[in-house]
Design a protein around this ligand. Structure first.
Ligand SMILES: C[S@@+](CC[C@H](N)C(=O)[O-])C[C@H]1O[C@@H](n2cnc3c(N)ncnc32)[C@H](O)[C@@H]1O
Length: 311
């Protein structure tokens, strides 16, 4: 029998944060080296708006309403989990959209707003562990977006997601590629951009994070043998200001802003992996140069998969 336990979040949040290399990081899992500060909250908000564009104004794809209706018929309400909630914007939006849902957003750090819908709560917990401290077969929907770089054993994480979902419940996974903005076949890759992303993947691999998770979501879901109706909906996202179509232009602007915030956010990760500051600053500056003056119209891939827990 497991103990149901998450970190209590009081008014004093200092214990959850420390500063290194001029950015604020979380104390709960010190191997997660992306910041949990104002700029990263902003990036999470931008990412949320971008994915809404991809989902044509909605907060999700897949049979979410059906999964929630089933839960409501059984219990009158439906519990819903957002893993690695970041700024909490998805959790807040989904709580507004489904007032009968009881939404829990979970993250390493309490960086979410305090004024939220009454059916939305936030909890602090490290999800990179053997047991995620929520009851079996409890949730109707579990959402995990842009989380995999904080999870060392993603197959184990998915087995935990399966345990937490009730039979027929839905998991929705969204993970951006870690090899973005590949050149067209006729063109050479942009050197600064390519070097930065190669270094980023190298640092994560050194920390034993599987950088190919985004490309393998359906296989990973299938390997648990706990999910059925596995659907992939990968999205091609423009990056920057080149699209003529207004909808694509908005998506391109949001993705560009996301990357602009991400590049300096990688500094603590690179430095903590032992790269000299001069090399790190050069890597970031060269990648920024390629983002500001791209040699070709950039685009990237958002990997999206959803599946139902088997009955
Ligand atoms: C890139 S942000 C994405 C936030 C949000 N899901 C979104 O899509 O905007 C990743 C979030 O996952 C959280 N995270 C990473 N590893 C985690 C872990 N092991 N346990 C809990 N949260 C984690 C980070 O603190 C961060 O807020």
């Amino acid at each position: 029998m497991h103990e149901y336990r998450v970190e209590p979040v009081g008014d004093d949040h200092h214990e959850f944060f420390y500063t290194i290399h001029s950015r604020t990081l979380n104390t709960l899992n010190k191997s997660y080296l992306l910041p949990v500060d104002h700029d990263e909250v902003k990036r999470s908000d931008i990412h949320h708006r971008l994915v809404q564009f991809v989902f044509k104004g909605k907060n999700y794809v897949g049979p979410v309403k059906e999964a929630l209706q089933f839960g409501q018929q059984r219990r009158g309400s439906y519990p819903l989990l957002d893993l690695g909630t970041g700024s909490g914007t998805w959790a807040i939006d989904i709580a507004d959209e489904f007032p009968r849902a009881e939404v829990i957003g979970v993250d390493l750090a309490p960086i979410q707003p305090s004024h939220v819908p009454p059916n939305c709560t936030f909890e602090v917990c490290d999800l990179d562990q053997l047991y995620i401290p929520y009851p079996d077969a409890h949730f109707d929907l579990i959402h995990a977006r842009s989380l995999h770089i904080g999870i060392h054993d993603y197959p184990r994480f998915l087995r935990e997601v399966a345990r937490l979902l009730r039979p027929g419940g839905l998991v929705l996974l969204v993970e951006p590629t870690l090899s973005p903005c590949q050149p067209p076949p006729t063109q050479a890759p942009m050197a600064g951009w390519t070097a930065l992303w190669r270094t980023y993947r190298g640092c994560l691999s050194q920390q034993l994070i599987d950088v190919t998770v985004p490309e393998h979501l359906p296989d990973l879901l299938a390997a648990t043998a706990a999910f059925e109706n596995i659907i992939v909906r990968d999205g091609n996202i423009p990056v920057g200001f080149w699209p003529q179509d207004p909808h694509l232009l908005s998506a391109g602007q949001l993705q560009w802003m996301d990357y602009e915030l991400l590049l300096p956010a990688l500094r603590p990760l690179f430095l903590c992996n032992g790269l000299p500051p001069s090399i790190v600053d050069r890597l970031i500056q060269d990648a920024q140069h390629d983002l500001y003056h791209p040699a070709y119209p950039l685009s990237t891939l958002l990997h999206i998969a959803y599946a139902s827990k088997c009955f």
